[in-house]
Design a protein. Structure first.
Length: 364
């Protein structure tokens, strides 16, 4: 059955797997040293209200040192839909790619080990693509489950570091013309053929691999969508309620965005360009980003003067992000000038993407 012929949810509901051993959708969970979180997640997945939909659950153990293997194998002994896969090389991208390589279904649904799915999550994930042949991938809502009341400074403007995905327009489309927002892999569905065509997730990004994949999808002419009925709940870890974590997250994200040239290539209207637009630059950084840093610094100063320390912390995080962006681009600028006229060499330790091929479209 080809997805191109599916036009309504009623049609999709009546066309489930004929053979019980042929999954319609593969659920992929990368995990490392989180057996305590994995137990309830496995319970949620095997208890899904999916009707006659056949699905498999691939738990990819990313070199855990706890009892992750024992936890998964114990569940797999009771439920043949659960498969244990080991990925010895550390990195969430490599773990996801190992799952992509092992998956048997044409639709792949990703969820993180610290996220809990709604009871109909698997069915919603399958319908989200089967009912929309024009869409290649879908991101869903990620709501917070707080371990304790969040601090006052943790406003919705700082929900990015918590991997929350709420408040978006249901049915919003993402492509080259709408590339600002990111569909997070913590609650993400994609056609297996598309991910294999593009080489999966890039292991060269320890964070923001979701953003890198999104940009590669849109450059390749693919389309994404946000589905508010695809619901999962992030189990917010206590360390993510600290200012230290948020500063660190903004620094690492700024570095990743600089490597992607994200702020250069996605304009204020959300359009993704092939090359940075013309304009003044200083040490490889466009002038508007320096102006933005100045605006954030002034806003921080005004907030401090009003003793509004919560607002000040938000502006501090934005300055951390921009400063990290600058430092990364300055390093690249010096390196490019130093290598000008010299033929580049392929790094001897260039890593593969975990799917037996190099990830295309990723600069080293």
């Amino acid at each position: 059955m080809g997805a191109a012929f599916v036009t309504t949810s009623e049609y999709a509901d009546t066309h489930v797997a004929v053979a019980a051993d042929i999954p319609q959708i593969s659920v992929i969970v990368p995990t490392r040293n989180r057996s305590g979180l994995l137990r309830p997640l496995l319970g949620d997945l095997i208890g899904q209200d999916a009707g006659n939909l056949a699905f498999e659950i691939l738990i990819v153990d990313n070199a855990s040192r706890d009892d992750t293997r024992a936890v998964v194998l114990a569940v797999a002994a009771r439920d043949p839909r659960v498969r244990y896969i080991y990925e010895p090389n550390r990195g969430a991208s490599l773990a996801r790619n190992r799952g992509i390589a092992a998956a048997r279904a044409p639709i792949l649904a990703f969820i993180d080990d610290d996220v809990r799915p709604a009871r109909d999550w698997v069915a919603a994930a399958w319908r989200s693509l089967m009912c929309r042949p024009e869409v290649d991938c879908v991101g869903g809502r990620i709501e917070p489950h707080w371990p304790a009341p969040p601090p006052a400074w943790l406003t919705p403007r700082l929900f990015g570091p918590l991997a929350l995905q709420i408040g978006r327009d249901d049915g919003a489309c993402y492509d080259r013309e709408h590339a600002s927002a990111c569909l997070m892999s913590a609650n993400f569905v994609c056609r297996a053929s598309i991910l294999r065509e593009l080489g999966g997730f890039s292991p060269q990004f320890l964070r923001d691999e979701d953003r890198e994949l999104n940009l590669r999808l849109w450059r390749a002419g693919k389309r994404g969508m946000y589905d508010d009925s695809l619901i999962a709940y992030a189990q917010v870890q206590p360390d993510r309620l600290t200012r230290r974590y948020h500063r660190s997250w903004h620094i690492v994200t700024g570095q990743s965005h600089a490597r992607l040239h994200y702020r250069d290539l996605v304009d204020r209207h959300g359009r993704l360009a092939d090359a940075p637009p013309p304009g003044r630059r200083l040490l490889g950084v466009p002038g508007f980003l320096y102006r933005e840093f100045g605006e954030q610094a002034r806003a921080w100063g005004r907030s401090m003067a009003r003793l509004d320390f919560d607002a000040a912390f938000y502006h501090e995080c934005r300055m951390c992000y921009l400063a990290a962006y600058f430092r990364q681009r300055w390093r690249e600028h010096r390196r490019e000038r130093g290598l000008k006229g010299v033929a580049p060499e392929r790094p001897a330790d260039e890593r593969r993407n975990g799917m037996g091929a190099r990830t295309p479209g990723v600069s080293t």
